[in-house]
Design a protein around this ligand. Structure first.
Ligand SMILES: Cc1cc2nc3c(=O)[nH]c(=O)nc-3n(C[C@H](O)[C@H](O)[C@H](O)COP(=O)(O)O)c2cc1C
Length: 378
């Protein structure tokens, strides 16, 4: 395998490993992918101002996020169906996160259940929940998270309906992947992935599968069931209801405006994931990092702010924190690691990002992540 030394090299390795429909499902965004691109390029508009001769012999990245001590202000965002990318699926990611001392986010749409993750990981973890049409299922998730000792809930609010991902149409994505004529060539050119896909347990949406026993047409029927569960009538009153059910740290994922940030605070949120879903939902939504300053100014120090989207470098984390965020969160970067090399690929990506952050801090003259503020921006 080619030398892997930053997130982009893992992206290239993932592209080689995965059949085209699977790679593009992971890497793609909505419509013309402006939000996807700008999430990343927006970081270039901020510049770091170093402070020289400040004794940077010891650098501390440890912080407290959502009530838990973590090794660095970096979270692994919830992503659905990791089984598509590697047969060790969410187990590999959760174990890598625990080893690195980082928070892991498990998706409702995961191919591993709340209980299975709790069995393999004692690390800090949050469950990404939706307020579904079937409120009974949402309540059931809350109870299961309490029983499985999850540390936080993360409510995704930017999925009133699915975004328009045109790469899925171009490459003929099906769930589960089908070895049809159209995709046969791309599957044949990825023997490692294809063999492991066929020889290991198949993709199942483990958190919801018990609800849809009656469905006969496999995961496609299950996907339809879950999509039908997205409730477009949800409002901030429902968020207050969820907060009262959970009573623990509650992150609202998908907020971008200061007005919504204030509503989230009023509804009982303890943290916000400032996010446009990695550019996969609303096209031309603002870049996540550009929303930090106005939201921090509006909410003061009451809410923890997490920048989710476009983080590809340790210096991006430093910039987000200097702007007023408490942490960053990553989706595709760890998925690239997972696809390229399973658990060890995820571990490598996390180590690279943390060591990049430490190098950035050393060169900036910043000993402790908690010291990062506007004075480090030019
Ligand atoms: C393949 C994939 C699946 C995702 N699935 C979910 C999901 O099930 N729930 C959710 O809230 N966000 C989901 N997301 C969005 C991520 O949580 C996160 O917001 C996004 O990946 C951040 O952008 P980044 O990939 O640039 O880091 C998914 C993202 C990707 C790439």
């Amino acid at each position: 395998m080619a030398k892997l030394y930053n997130v982009n090299t893992f992206k290239r390795a993932a592209k080689k490993r995965l059949p085209a429909p699977i790679y593009h499902y992971m890497a793609g965004g909505a419509d013309d992918e402006i939000a996807l691109r700008e999430n990343i390029s927006a970081f270039d508009h901020y510049h770091l101002m170093p402070k020289q001769l400040r004794d940077v012999s010891v650098i501390n990245t440890k912080s407290k996020i959502l009530g838990k001590e973590v090794a660095a202000p970096l979270i692994l965002s919830p992503t659905g169906m990791s089984r598509l990318f590697h047969h060790d699926k969410e187990f590999a990611v959760a174990k890598a996160a625990e080893k690195a001392g980082l928070y892991y986010g498990l998706s409702t749409m995961a191919s591993t259940s709340i209980e299975q993750i709790s069995d393999v990981s004692a690390g800090p973890k949050m469950f990404q929940i939706y307020i579904l049409r079937d409120r009974g299922l949402t309540t059931e998730f809350v109870e299961r998270c309490k029983a499985s000792k999850f540390d936080a809930l993360c409510l995704t609010v930017d999925t009133a309906m699915a975004g328009n991902r045109e790469r899925d149409i171009v490459h003929g994505l099906t769930i589960p992947p089908k070895f049809g004529l159209k995709s046969l060539l791309s599957f044949a050119s990825c023997p490692y992935w294809s063999l492991n896909f066929l020889l290991n347990p198949r993709l199942r949406l483990e958190n919801v599968i018990h609800r849809v026993d009656a469905i006969k047409d496999g995961n496609m029927g299950l996907m339809k069931y879950v999509n039908d569960q997205f409730d477009r009538s949800v409002t901030w009153d429902d968020v207050a209801w969820l907060a009262s059910q959970w009573e623990g740290p509650l992150v609202i994922k998908g907020v971008q405006s200061k007005e919504d940030a204030l509503l989230a605070k009023k509804a009982g949120a303890t943290a916000l994931m400032i996010s446009n879903h990695g550019g996969r939902q609303l096209e031309s939504a603002p870049a996540a990092v550009d929303c930090v300053r106005p939201i921090r100014d509006a909410v003061g120090s009451d809410l923890e702010l997490i920048v989710d989207g476009g983080v590809r470098r340790g210096n991006h984390v430093a910039k987000a924190l200097a702007l007023g965020a408490d942490a960053c969160s990553i989706g595709r970067p760890y998925l690239y690691g997972l696809a390229a090399n399973g658990q060890s690929g995820v571990e490598q990506v996390l180590n690279i990002l943390i060591s990049e952050l430490k190098r950035t801090m050393t060169l900036m003259g910043c000993r402790d992540v908690s010291d990062l503020d506007e004075t480090f921006l030019s």
